[in-house]
Design a protein around this ligand. Structure first.
Ligand SMILES: CC(C)(COP(=O)(O)OP(=O)(O)OC[C@H]1O[C@@H](n2cnc3c(N)ncnc32)[C@H](O)[C@@H]1OP(=O)(O)O)[C@@H](O)C(=O)NCCC(=O)NCCS
Length: 414
């Protein structure tokens, strides 16, 4: 048995944010029926293709464990089928541009009329306000949610991150909203509207930067690299690779950095483990010296501290550094490339990196469910071909006869 066995999701999501959400719910056992436009499907099927005429990795890696049905929800017969699907599902999830579902004739009021128990969940770019009608993609959300203004180096431009905090991050928020609404429905018997704006999701992940904005009014941010030798403006600045608080950290070069762009390691000079770190890098002299032996004394000289650490790390590979510092309780992490992550045996062992077989693509790697439930293990099943389950869903979920299905096909509704 899976945690969400018996939950049926009408999945109108596309691109990345919504599909991230419904893929997670599918891994937890929900029956996710992805509704796509006949002949076209989710636009990402054809985007960033590495193999001609084969569903892209963009699509396959975000749509595991789902069934695909094609329905033209703008045709009369298609709308009738969609209405019956709303009747038969627990959740309707979508992330179209604002108003798209209303334009199809399915407002929240209408959806509730059809099925008062349904949870109607959406990702939008912005919440109500001046930008609510805007279309939004990942980097727009990173910029408008506070991610870009606080990422990068002080003397460089705002920078977006590789982690898809706008799309996948908001999809995660939406998944939590959906299961929470399902939980409440157990008691209330009613469905509800769940909306996550990407700007809000990114800002939620940048919570500590809004903390720092308010701290600024009371003096400089002492854990930022701008302290004490640089200047602060009136907004939370970009803090490079600083880790913050009483536990300063930085990325330092390791052996081979001249050729390998990822021969780096992150090291945190946590006060409790500083003595071990100082000894390891050959700076026992710091331990008795009041100029160096307290976090307060080191704070204005962090650049020198990390320069000295780097002189040592440059003589070792990032993995050798990790092996030496870990037993000393010095928190550190090698900068791992996607190549290294894809080959990491422990990630394969836990199912976080999985190899999947696909009928037209062949074998490919994907990221499996990162959330491990002891009673609800997640198997990764390949993504569906466009409309692969149309007949199956129409017959088994809606009880349509073979003749009715043929008529819907003839009307180009499915
Ligand atoms: C992502 C986004 C920018 C893409 O925009 P887009 O490619 O122009 O696609 P749209 O969402 O505008 O909608 C596509 C159209 O296809 C239509 N469509 C979708 N599925 C359909 C179906 N099964 N049958 C008939 N029409 C369908 C929609 O009704 C819409 O038509 P409309 O413009 O006449 O209302 C936009 O959907 C968006 O801003 N979404 C919300 C925020 C978000 O999730 N962004 C991140 C995506 S990873």
């Amino acid at each position: 048995m899976k945690a969400l066995d018996g939950v049926r999701i009408l999945d109108m999501t596309h691109v990345q944010s919504g599909p991230t959400c419904t893929q997670l719910l599918a891994w937890f056992g929900a029956d996710v029926i992805k509704v796509e436009r006949p002949g076209v499907g989710d636009a990402t099927r054809g985007q960033l293709r590495d193999i001609p005429d084969v569903d892209s990795l963009y699509f396959t890696m975000l749509n595991h464990n789902k069934r695909s049905i094609t329905v033209n929800t703008k045709s009369e017969t298609g709308r009738a089928i969609f209405t019956r699907l709303i009747e038969s599902c627990d959740v309707l999830a979508e992330n179209f541009a604002p108003g798209a579902l209303d334009r199809m004739g399915f407002s929240w009021e209408r959806i509730q009329e059809i099925n008062p128990r349904i949870i109607y969940a959406s990702v939008k770019g912005f919440g109500p306000g001046p930008y609510e009608d805007c279309k939004v993609y990942e980097n727009v959300a990173q910029c408008t949610g506070g991610g870009a203004s606080t990422t990068g180096f002080d003397d460089g431009p705002p920078t977006v991150t590789g982690a898809q905090i706008g799309d996948s991050g908001t999809g995660l928020h939406l998944a939590l909203g959906i299961v929470t609404a399902l939980f409440q429905r157990e008691k209330s018997g009613r469905g509800q509207r769940v909306v996550c704006a990407m700007q809000d999701g990114v800002l939620n992940l940048c919570r500590v930067k809004l903390r720092d904005q308010q701290r600024l009014a009371h003096g400089p941010l002492k854990e930022y690299p701008q302290y004490p030798n640089g200047t602060f403006g009136d907004a939370t600045p970009r803090s490079g690779n600083a880790s913050g608080g009483g536990q300063p950290g930085w990325i330092v070069k390791c052996k081979g950095w001249e050729e390998d762009p990822n021969a780096y390691i992150y090291i945190i000079t946590q006060a409790a483990a500083f003595a071990g770190l100082a000894r390891a890098i050959g700076h026992e002299d710091w331990l008795e010296d009041p100029e160096w032996n307290t976090p307060e004394a080191r704070l204005p000289k962090l650049e020198t501290v990390f320069d000295e650490i780097e002189k040592w790390t440059m003589t070792k590979t990032k993995f050798e550094v990790m092996e030496i510092l870990n037993p000393l309780n010095v928190p550190c992490g090698p900068v791992l490339s996607m190549k290294e992550l894809s080959q990491e045996p422990s990630l394969r062992g836990t199912g976080t990196v999985v190899e999947v077989d696909h009928p037209t693509r062949g074998k490919y790697l994907t990221v499996g469910n990162p959330i491990k439930l002891s009673d609800s293990p997640a198997d990764v099943v390949r993504s569906p071909l466009l409309g692969e389950h149309t007949d199956e869903v129409l017959a088994s979920v809606l009880g349509m006869s073979a003749e009715e299905i043929e008529a819907a096909k003839a009307a180009k509704a499915v």
